[in-house]
Ligand binder design. Structure first.
Ligand code: NAG
Ligand code: NAG
Ligand code: NAG
Ligand code: NAG
Length: 392
């Protein structure tokens, strides 16, 4: 009991200090928006679009980044000289061989990175995707594999590609609410996450996590539908009593739960990248009435509007630097749920959604506007001050 109390007291202090620094910083959050392309298997895409078609779809949607679930070199080549950044994924099956011998990591990099980088803007590599859940027997090899990929990149003189691995929220975080009480589950924390966080800090990399408000909403019947769908409503909020923070959407709550869990594990400053999030527009399961195109559009529109607002989350005013929508294209063979923002024929599913992140020049423009508005306010204040003086 005593040890529980002191742990939560320490974590509360950490969170309160996070909150103070978060409140002190201005609205400067800016998030790059990407999508995941999971060209998984021939069974789901019997006639996959050509890599060139995928690349042109990504740029015409205005997406700034693409996460490749399966890092086919043909796809990486299709992004030569484009401004789209890529996040590559190494399949789970390669984790043990990469861990056992750095020359295997080198071989993978020679096939997927060396021929293209830096003309293709490869920003990061995820060693495996949800290894803890999908292939738990490989968990012990995860960190050595990540280290070997990192060292092999250094051997090649490449310092700009971050290396990490991808987790799934529901498999690693104890509780989403209240966010301040969230911690990593004991087993993955001690074996994988704690040493990984240290590696991420030492190498300036980020924590990658798949965050699905949709799945949490389905598990918790007390959550009203407006909460995951970013429908701001006077009575739609949840207060975190420990931090005094009010949450108005489930996405922020889940992100802050991860931030809290990292803070409790001793790392409050590691950037968080959301490698997957989305809402299905249909499902083969008739009980999933909430998997419909109206809700899916509300979720994606609400998410992008929230990310562009520059408000970040209550515990992280600088927000999440990069969010990947799951997923780019509906699977051609319909299985379970459909998540794509494009139909299999590559047309847009939600006509009115703008997927662009807002380029640097646009952000620069807003910065300028803010400064002008700020000066105007100061000016107006002085005028009123003068008026007050003359009235006296
Ligand atoms: C990439 O960005 C640069 C700078 O904004 C721009 O000049 C160039 O045309 C862009 N290239 C492509 C292929 O969009
Ligand atoms: C790693 O692989 C290389 C090339 O296949 C081999 O020469 C070397 O002996 C291997 N090292 C270990 C420790 O297995
Ligand atoms: C760490 O990452 C930040 C943001 O991407 C970058 O500005 C900085 O130069 C990096 N530092 C090192 C030591 O790589
Ligand atoms: C593409 O597929 C969607 C969904 O099946 C359909 O509604 C649309 O008419 C198709 N567009 C074209 C140009 O084939």
């Amino acid at each position: 009991m005593a040890s529980h109390f002191s742990l939560s007291a320490i974590s509360l202090l950490t969170l309160l200090s996070l909150l103070l620094t978060a409140t002190a910083s201005p609205d400067t959050a800016s998030t790059v928006i990407g999508a995941t392309y999971s060209a998984s298997t021939a069974a789901t895409y019997p006639t996959p679009p050509t890599p060139e078609r995928v690349a042109s779809a990504v740029s015409s949607l205005g997406l700034s980044s693409l996460r490749l679930d399966v890092s086919d070199p043909g796809l990486v080549r299709a992004f030569l000289y484009s401004n789209t950044t890529l996040l590559l994924t190494i399949p789970n099956a390669l984790v043990p061989p990469l861990a056992s011998n750095r020359s295997n990591a080198m071989r993978w990099l020679y096939a997927h990175v060396v021929p293209f980088f830096p003309r293709t803007k490869i920003a990061a590599i995820s060693v495996g995707n949800d290894v803890l859940e999908s292939t738990p027997e490989f968990s012990q090899f995860l960190l050595p594999a990540i280290q070997n990929v990192h060292l092999a990149l250094l051997d090649l003189g490449i310092r700009k590609i971050a290396v990490s691995t991808t987790f799934s929220f529901v498999n690693v975080v104890t509780t989403p609410f209240p966010p301040s009480a969230a911690q990593f589950q004991d087993a993955p924390l001690e074996t994988v996450i704690r040493p990984l966080l240290q590696f991420l800090r030492d190498t300036n990399s980020s924590f990658f996590i798949n965050v699905y408000p949709y799945n949490l909403y389905r598990l918790r019947s007390e959550i009203p539908i407006g909460f995951p769908l970013f429908q701001e409503h006077p009575f739609s909020f949840r207060d975190d009593m420990a931090t005094g923070v009010r949450y108005r959407n489930l996405f922020d709550m889940m992100v802050d739960a991860v931030i809290s869990a990292m803070a409790v594990a001793g790392h409050e400053n590691i950037p968080l990248i959301v490698t997957e999030t989305g809402w299905p527009s249909s499902s083969t399961d008739p009980r999933e009435a909430d998997a419909n195109p109206v809700y899916a559009e509300l979720y994606i529109k609400g998410l992008l509007g929230h990310l562009r607002s520059g408000r970040g989350t209550p515990l992280r005013k600088e927000g999440v630097p990069l969010v990947y929508i799951y997923e780019l294209i509906d699977k051609q063979v319909r299985q379970g749920r459909n998540w794509g923002i494009l139909f299999p024929n590559m047309t847009k599913k939600y006509k009115s959604i703008d997927y662009s992140s807002g380029s640097d020049s646009v952000l620069g423009g807003f910065g300028f506007l803010k400064m002008v508005v700020g000066q105007f306010l100061v000016f107006a204040f002085l005028l009123r001050g003068n008026a007050a003086i003359s009235l006296l």
